[in-house]
Design a protein around this ligand. Sequence first.
Ligand code: NAD
Ligand code: 44H
Length: 384
Amino acid sequence: MLAVHFGAGNIGRGFVGALLSHSGYEVCFVDIQASLVEAIRERRAFTIHLLGDEGKRIDVNNVTALNSGTEPERVIETIAGADVVTTAVGPTVLKSVAPLLADGLRRRLEKGGGPLNVIACENMLGGSSLLKRLVTGEMTEEECREVDSLIGFPDAAVDRIVPEQRETDLLAVEVEPFYEWVVDLRGVKGNLPSIQGVTYVEGLAPYIERKLFTVNTGHAVCAYLGHHLGYGTVQEAIADPSVSETLRGVWEETGELLVRKHGFDPRDHRKYVGEIRHRFQNPHLTDPVTRVGRSPIRKLGREERLLGPALQLMDRGIQPDHLAVGIAAALRFENPADPEAVELQRILQGEGVAGALDTIAGLSPEHPLVRRVWERYQKLGQGV
Ligand SMILES: NC(=O)c1ccc[n+]([C@@H]2O[C@H](COP(=O)([O-])OP(=O)(O)OC[C@H]3O[C@@H](n4cnc5c(N)ncnc54)[C@H](O)[C@@H]3O)[C@@H](O)[C@H]2O)c1
Ligand SMILES: O=P(O)(O)OC[C@@H](O)[C@@H](O)[C@H](O)[C@H](O)CO
């Protein structure tokens, strides 16, 4: 069995690629970083370190790699013969991957290949569906019809904290022990891909929203408030009582939404939240707030982890006071090394809080959430 995985980065090597390899696939990573591709191709294996009390090491074998920038033809041929395709490149990078993926799928269809599933493992709602739209946007109507009947793009939710790497070995990757990979079986074509550790569900919405609005909302709040208070890591931030208290309030708010919207049992949800707090506090993890807060413009999107739950709560008559603090802290995120953080501050300087929320999330300046966020933004500026 052959798997093609776009993105040999943290989650690519430390989670998706590892699970595929352990399920018996030969994994062909596709990346644009020449040093990474060369190292994988040369060594054909790497090691995962589990950041837990036991400090376990896991070998990942039977891997190879291709450079999509310099070897597009080989990538196309490999996709044409693959049994599954996955991505973990980042939501904004999917559009760069789509043309090559479209060429690979076209080649497969020309050769009369069978059904194939393409699973985007990105932190976003509807990642595979977006990838399908981008791929079919490159195709003729006839090709689109063939893709519709043979190529599945099941949406997925992936959860494993893979922090910035401290390893000196380019390929070794440190990960938390926990993982969860949920795939919507309604989007699958042909047989369900056999991947150990994947849970297939009928309808992904409850799972992806629970993950994004708990793990990633909580993470973002710790990162942005922590950064504002001068902390370098999520672990330092969450140890501050004021951050911890805001996080508790934020999780109460998103929990209220998730329980009402998807019918989760409140006790089960409290347990889920407790486990996530425990994961964030993992003493073996050192996860910089700059990684967790990266790309603030993406994270301030209308359906994303902060505004998404806040707006849905307001639609239900609930005031998201703690989420408003998280949004305000996100607007204060400054990091010269992060192009989106630089752009965010440029927008804020020119347009102010209301203008920025309009430009970034299409939120009307009259929306009541804008006033709340503005007040919180001012208070944070005064150190309150
Ligand atoms: N790190 C985590 O804890 C975690 C957990 C769950 C989900 N995710 C999601 O996984 C995705 C990847 O995150 P990450 O932390 O692994 O990031 P990363 O930066 O470590 O990895 C991304 C990889 O994609 C490669 N890449 C960039 N452009 C490419 C292109 N055009 N073609 C092929 N490869 C390309 C990069 O070179 C890099 O190796 C994101 O959507 C993220 O939200 C991350
Ligand atoms: O990857 P992002 O930038 O969407 O979000 C940063 C972190 O919250 C994220 O990578 C988590 O570590 C991950 O989603 C845990 O499963």
